[in-house]
Design a protein around this ligand. Structure first.
Ligand SMILES: Cc1cc2nc3c(=O)[nH]c(=O)nc-3n(C[C@H](O)[C@H](O)[C@H](O)COP(=O)(O)O)c2cc1C
Length: 205
């Protein structure tokens, strides 16, 4: 493993719970691959452009990769292609992804480039590599709630899994930090649970 790409989608940057846990994850990856370079992309402070009319026309037409309308998309896809492991650290926002992460997805999930359309459906065109999803939420969206709390709808995990699978990324590993808005004890329990999952997946050498 030579390159690790981390996307931070929280508006809270390095203070975010999702980002902080991803620091632990990246430390484990670097312990196993000492020479690996980390590329940090803070989507909140530097959001990808939203899809505009030029992009829309370019992907539906015959524009080649050098079309100016696709320049940023091409850059972000190349960055992803050149990475050996992808880490996405994101909060749940309104049951789904923050808008800045959706903006990144819209740039990199591109027909004829990162996926193809066949009679059997969409097929990924990128080679697979490990993807680590660190998901933070104020409440609970799995059945992990240690207290009486309504389980929320989860459009985050299935959505991220589906779009990543669509472009060929299937080796997904999910760490959920849930109940973070329920006080310090719940936050500590969420980190402990995620750390146990990390120890199981990437034990200390
Ligand atoms: C705009 C917004 C929407 C949110 N929507 C949800 C939600 O749907 N479900 C939930 O459990 N928490 C929700 N939260 C709470 C965050 O997921 C929670 O504070 C999380 O810890 C933030 O992660 P971070 O520390 O990595 O930024 C929302 C927070 C914000 C700011």
């Amino acid at each position: 493993m030579r390159t690790i790409l981390r996307l931070t989608a929280s508006p809270r940057g390095s203070q975010a719970n999702s980002h902080r846990f991803s620091d632990q994850l990246i430390a484990r990856l670097k312990a196993r691959h000492p020479g690996a370079e980390l590329i940090d992309r803070d989507l909140s402070s530097n959001p990808p452009p939203l899809i505009d009319a030029g992009f829309s026309a370019a992907i539906l037409g015959t524009a080649d990769r050098s079309s100016p309308a696709l320049r940023e998309s091409e850059r972000l896809i190349a960055e992803l292609e050149n990475t050996d492991a992808l880490v996405i650290a994101t909060p749940m926002h309104n049951f789904s992804t923050p808008a800045v992460l959706k903006a990144w997805i819209d740039q990199i999930v591109r027909i004829h480039r990162s996926f193809g359309s066949t009679p059997q459906g969409k097929v990924g065109l990128l080679s697979d590599r490990p993807v680590y999803l660190v998901l933070a939420s104020g409440g609970w969206f799995t059945d992990a709630a240690p207290i009486e709390a309504p389980r929320q709808p989860d459009f985050l995990t299935p959505y991220l899994s589906t779009v990543l699978n669509t472009i060929g990324l299937r080796d997904l590993h999910i760490f959920a930090l849930e109940g973070l808005a329920r006080g310090d004890a719940m936050r500590d329990a969420a980190f402990a649970r995620a750390e146990a999952a990390l120890n199981a997946l990437l034990p200390l050498p």
